[in-house]
Design a protein around this ligand. Structure first.
Ligand SMILES: [Fe+2]
Ligand SMILES: [Fe+2]
Length: 195
């Protein structure tokens, strides 16, 4: 295996920078590093999650009645397809295979969303208000994951991967804000009127 030149980066504390700006390390050593292994495992986790979210968003769009909310779920479904593709690029950039690792957290959050659909009346704003909260739990899980992974990617010198992860992070944050706006503009008030 050829040696790889990995650039150090600004996130490394000055005291740890040592004398050189570039560190030569063996590629196998890099792949065996515990942080690299954690990074890959976490990528597999969110890769599973994004694929599960694709299915969940279709069900949530069907279950919602507000047109604004349906549109928001539809738009985010398209974005989520991009998130899957970006993750595949990230795997490629770090020379790893895209694989799914079951993510219990997202499974639980999605199950909660399914419970909401079962326990609320079809066509009600109460269901829409509850669906927004369920969707925001998904977004917050993604925001925590992408925020952390983007920072780790920077620290490990995977700048292009960090860029891709940050782009997805931004879209998750925008979606979260949009859902808040939809809830606060009408749906929460309408739901409050229902008996
Ligand atoms: Fe996503
Ligand atoms: Fe998302």
């Amino acid at each position: 295996m050829p040696n790889k030149i990995l650039e150090t980066n600004a996130a490394v504390p000055a005291t740890k920078k040592g004398t050189a700006d570039k560190t030569v390390i063996n590629e196998d050593e890099m792949k065996n590093a515990p942080l690299h292994q954690f990074f890959v495992s976490a990528l597999k986790d969110i890769y599973y999650a994004e694929n599960a979210i694709l299915e969940a968003l279709v069900k949530m769009q069907d279950a919602a009645s507000s047109e604004d909310l349906k549109d928001a779920f539809e738009d985010h479904h398209l974005q989520t397809q991009k998130h899957v593709k970006r993750l595949e690029k990230v795997f490629k950039l770090i020379d790893e295979q895209p694989e799914k690792k079951e993510c219990k957290a997202i499974k639980g959050i999605i199950e909660e969303g399914e419970e909401i659909i079962k326990s609320t009346e079809d066509g009600s704003s109460t269901r829409d208000a509850a669906l927004i909260i369920a969707a925001q739990k998904v977004e917050h899980y993604e925001i925590a994951t992408y925020g952390g992974l983007a920072q780790l990617a920077i620290t490990m010198g995977h700048d292009k991967a960090a860029d891709l992860l940050e782009r997805t992070l931004q879209e998750e944050e925008d979606t979260d804000a949009e859902l808040t706006e939809i809830a606060e503009t009408a749906i929460n008030f309408d739901a409050e009127q229902e008996d």
